[in-house]
Design a protein around this ligand. Structure first.
Ligand code: ADP
Ligand code: MG
Length: 261
């Protein structure tokens, strides 16, 4: 779609979008899982993506990361049109991702998990390509301290709680110093007592690591507290966008969550 490519190239001055989708559409057979969705994520923002189950949130993420090819529309990352790029190349260009399900290797130590994330070929390596082992070790120690897991660095990851395993994944995603980090339900299944910590870790990643954050989350209190702006999907369509206070009072959003059309 050359029109969309051109539109991305002629952004008005001052458009600080590090990630944008224009008219992204994804169909599975007769189902339109993502329907003509535009999002703009600006440098330094923490953006929420919410919507009822099956709304198309994870599918939109998959279209952004290159895991799925959109049927229509375009995706731009840091001003480059990455619509047709393979997943590993988009990751190397600065897009990090944390998945809904944990992918930690239970038999390896916590530290080893981070090193493997950095060393495994392709997708997660990002800017760490070619760095000496000592630099990777230092980065590992830094990130483990940052999520308060430094005391558990040499413990097998499988012995840690689910919430702690999610923190390992968070640290793994940060290893490559992503410019933009996509997180699919980071608070899902996490002990309520750990939620405030998670909010602090995400804020620190946003401020100190300068990672722009785009996150899907079901926990409303969590997303309302952390997000600068929120996009709402329902039946694949973007039905609302705005700061948390306006989303909370949006009738279309309330209707979507209550299952009213
Ligand atoms: P959400 O993350 O908002 O809960 P998803 O993006 O996972 O929603 O799913 C959106 C819709 O697309 C759902 O109806 C789901 O069943 C469907 N879907 C997702 N992935 C596939 C797939 N690989 N094949 C067929 N249908 C899919
Ligand atoms: Mg999902």
């Amino acid at each position: 779609m050359s029109d969309d490519v051109d539109a991305a190239a002629v952004d008005p001055a001052g458009d600080r979008a590090v990630l944008r989708t224009d008219g992204v559409t994804k169909r599975f057979g007769g189902l339109t899982a993502v329907d003509d969705v535009d999002v703009r994520v600006e440098e330094g923002e923490i953006i929420g993506l919410i919507g009822p189950n099956g709304a198309g949130k994870s599918t939109l993420f998959n279209c952004i990361t290159g895991r799925l090819d959109a049927d229509e529309g375009s995706v731009s990352l840091l001003g480059e049109d990455v619509t047709d790029w393979p997943e590993y190349k988009i990751a190397r260009a600065g897009l990090g991702r944390m998945f809904q399900e944990t992918r930690v290797f239970g038999d390896m130590t916590v530290r080893k998990n981070l090193l493997v994330a950095a060393q495994e070929g392709g997708a997660r390596v990002g800017r760490l390509l070619g760095r000496p082992d000592s630099a990777l070790q230092a980065r590992t120690d830094e990130l483990l301290a940052y999520v308060d897991l430094d005391g558990l660095a040499d413990v097998r990851a499988g012995r840690l709680s689910f919430g702690q395993q999610k923190l390992i994944e968070f640290a793994m995603a940060l290893m490559a110093e992503p410019e933009v980090l996509l997180m699919d339900e980071p608070a899902g299944g996490i002990n309520p007592s750990m939620l405030e910590n998670l909010i602090e870790y995400i804020r620190t990643a946003n401020e100190d690591e300068q990672a722009t954050i785009f996150l899907i989350e079901h926990n409303m209190d969590f997303v309302m507290e952390i997000a600068d702006r929120i996009y709402v999907l329902a039946h694949g369509e973007r039905i609302a966008e705005g700061p948390p206070a306006s989303i909370q009072n949006d009738q279309r959003v309330l209707d979507a969550y209550l299952g009213r059309e």
